[in-house]
Design a protein around this ligand. Structure first.
Ligand code: ADE
Length: 235
């Protein structure tokens, strides 16, 4: 998979993809990640990327020209109907549909090329969304000061699901959300830590009992922290 990030803050990303699973996936050529400065695609001599909103109001709006130019350079077209197969152009914004494990999985399984546009705090010209963007995505019902942290979140959620990214010792099958529930609690040594004991069932080696316990605890935690998931679950 190839991921191109468009941002006005390229320095934000200098370290963030250099750790853990993403770093390993890059080194193993499972993913290639490139970060591009939107400002380099600005058309006027002052390299301006934003302007005042039509109709008045507070703040500024990112101009369409630099984003169109960047997408044209990356994909050879600005018409989303003509993108190469497996291409998704994602606008990170609080107006998007909420990111879920299902969306991350669908990108990991079906996309070869992601172009992630980090909308600035002020917002972007809607013609970007009308023409270039295939998916407008939000990472939650709160407002960030820019789409950059959201692009990192989406990249992480997708890359770890790419075949081979997790390595053979781990698997995404038991992750939270993969079966519609939160993950069950986990414990490691010591079995008695400051008087707090690990549940007995995990020590007795009875795998059927352990599986039953894990499902019960996952249900209990989901009911407590995310009752909405229980209601939505397809039984
Ligand atoms: N930009 C600002 N807030 C955001 C959010 N919640 N998700 C994605 N991009 C954003």
């Amino acid at each position: 998979m190839k991921i191109d990030v468009l941002t006005i803050f390229p320095e934000f990303f200098t370290q963030v993809f250099e750790f853990g699973i993403i770093r390993r996936a890059k080194l193993a050529s499972i993913v290639e990640i490139n970060v591009h400065d939107i400002r380099e695609f600005a058309v006027d001599k002052h390299k301006m990327t934003d302007d005042r909103p039509f109709g008045g109001g507070d703040g500024m709006v990112m101009k369409p020209e630099p984003i169109f130019a960047a997408v044209e350079r990356l994909l050879g077209t600005t018409d989303r109907d003509e993108y190469p197969k497996g291409t998704r152009v994602v606008m990170l914004s609080p107006q998007g549909r909420p990111l879920t494990q299902e969306i991350a999985k669908s990108f990991a399984e079906n996309a070869y090329h992601l172009v992630l546009i980090c909308g600035p705090y002020e917002g972007v010209d809607e013609r970007d969304n009308e023409t270039l963007v295939t998916d407008e995505i939000s990472i939650g019902d709160y407002v960030l000061s820019g789409g950059e942290p959201a692009a990192v979140v989406l990249t992480d959620a997708v890359v770890r699901l790419l075949p081979e990214a997790l390595g053979s010792e781990t698997s995404a099958e038991n992750d939270s959300f993969s079966n519609g529930l939160l993950d069950c609690p986990h414990y490691t040594r010591p079995a008695d830590f400051r008087g707090m004991k690990v549940p007995e069932v995990l020590l007795n080696g009875n795998h059927a009992e352990i599986e039953k316990w894990r499902l019960e605890r996952a249900l209990e935690k989901t009911k407590r922290n995310r009752p909405d998931l229980i209601e939505r679950r397809k039984w």
